[in-house]
Design a protein around this ligand. Structure first.
Ligand SMILES: Cc1ncc(COP(=O)(O)O)c(C=O)c1O
Length: 400
């Protein structure tokens, strides 16, 4: 609690509230598992097998068992995982891949790195995941023999509608590559995110719900030929040392990261459950603060929640709201030392580097609207009840 108000227009938080609520505090998780991870890292150092090695093989096996997939292949990052998955699914120069414009940059850049073209299709405004009806109308209005795949993102930890996407993919003979970077442990009708597409990509970047201590990624698949191809591509296109069947890259997972992931994998269900509990707590707090209800028929509610689909187990990688006067609210929270984030302020079709694709302003209106009003609140398993109360009280103060 600051001794003096931070600004004349920002009244200080109530005295019993925490003095700051960080957007993410990984130190709390580290404190809980420090002895286990440091022992795992030391074991790798003792083995002197730093790249690939037994720790990677063990983690790949454990991840495959968790995901219910035949194969998983560690790699250097989530970005590389998307790139490897698409390449192994046969996407190449001149091909087209349908994806969402409302995602992290890597979703689209991985497509372009293969010489292929991202085709952006708008999101469902209720979930902010890619809209299957929008994909269908795109295919109907602009059929293309170059279209090879659909790349859905399970945004914020909730699966895109896989029933509809799988139906479209079968009908139009397209591959599905899931970008499951934000969804380790999420499910759709009980099937794990990353187990439903032809191949899928995960990121273990430190802010992810399953994360390592640097960069790391994973490709999962049920197709042995895709698995073989990814294994080759991540290692210079080579199965046998110094013999190269094709041009690949160096995109391997290192053993230290794999050993950290192996420790953390044991806790992922517990951590995801805690995230879901924190999400329910936010729901309740927002409701009791009256923030979700419209004050009058002419005045919209200041805060709108995203829709959760009954088929999906959401793991709340992020807890995201759509809010009125988003940027002013964010500044207000910042002055109260409360973290928040905007995922994402610029939809991909409006990024300067993708101007050559020719999308004009207004062409994907739902994504453009979402970029103006989404706000992610602090969300991690170790977040406390007083911290959550402080976040919601501050939002209520802003709108009062
Ligand atoms: C949806 C999505 N796709 C891809 C990535 C890229 O992952 P990485 O940062 O591990 O390359 C991220 C994470 O940043 C992401 O959130």
């Amino acid at each position: 609690m600051p001794k003096t108000p931070l600004s004349a227009s920002v009244p200080a938080a109530k005295t019993d509230e925490p003095s700051a609520v960080p957007m993410l505090d990984l130190a709390r998780q580290y404190k809980a598992i420090a002895s286990e991870v440091t022992a795992a890292i030391e074991a790798v150092c003792a083995s002197q097998q730093y790249v690939m090695g037994q720790a990677v093989i063990d983690f790949e096996k454990a991840a495959a068992a968790y995901l219910g997939c035949k194969e998983t292949m560690g790699c250097a990052s989530g970005t590389d995982a998307i790139w490897l998955a698409l390449a192994a699914c046969g996407v190449g120069p001149g091909d087209e891949v349908i994806t969402t414009p409302f995602s992290f940059f890597a979703t689209a850049s991985a497509i372009t790195r293969l010489g292929a073209r991202p085709v952006f299709v708008d999101v469902d405004p209720a979930t902010l995941n890619i809209s299957a009806p929008a994909i269908e109308s795109h295919i109907r209005n602009a059929p293309s023999a170059r279209l090879k795949a659909i790349l859905p993102v399970h945004l914020y930890g909730q699966c895109a509608n896989m029933d509809e996407l799988q139906q479209l993919a079968t009908e139009h003979k397209l591959k599905i590559v899931e970008d499951a970077a934000q969804a380790f442990g999420a499910t759709w009708r009980g099937a794990q995110a990353g187990s439903m597409g032809h191949a899928s990509a995960f990121s273990f970047y430190p802010t992810k719900n399953l994360s390592c201590y640097g960069d790391g990624g994973l490709v999962s698949t049920n197709a042995p030929e895709i698995a073989d191809h990814v294994r080759r591509l991540r290692n210079h296109g080579s199965k046998r040392r110094y013999y190269h069947e094709e041009i690949g890259w160096n995109s391997r997972l290192d053993s230290i990261q794999a050993s950290v992931l192996q420790v953390k994998l044991k806790y992922i269900d517990e951590w995801n459950e805690k995230r879901a509990k924190r999400a329910s707590a936010y729901d309740l707090l927002l409701k009791s603060a009256g923030l979700l209800a419209a004050k009058s028929a002419t005045q919209p509610a200041p805060v709108t929640q995203l829709r959760r689909l009954p088929q999906a187990k959401h793991i709340y990688h992020q807890y995201v709201l759509r809010v009125e006067r988003r940027d002013a609210l964010r500044d207000f929270l910042l002055q109260r030392k409360i973290g928040s984030e905007v995922y994402y302020p610029v939809p991909l079709h409006q990024q300067q580097c993708f101007s050559y694709l020719g999308y004009s302003l207004g062409s994907l209106p739902e994504s453009e609207r979402a970029a103006e009003d989404v706000l992610a609140l602090p969300m991690y398993p170790e977040l406390t009840a007083p911290e959550q109360a402080s976040v919601v009280n501050s939002i209520a103060d802003f709108f009062s």
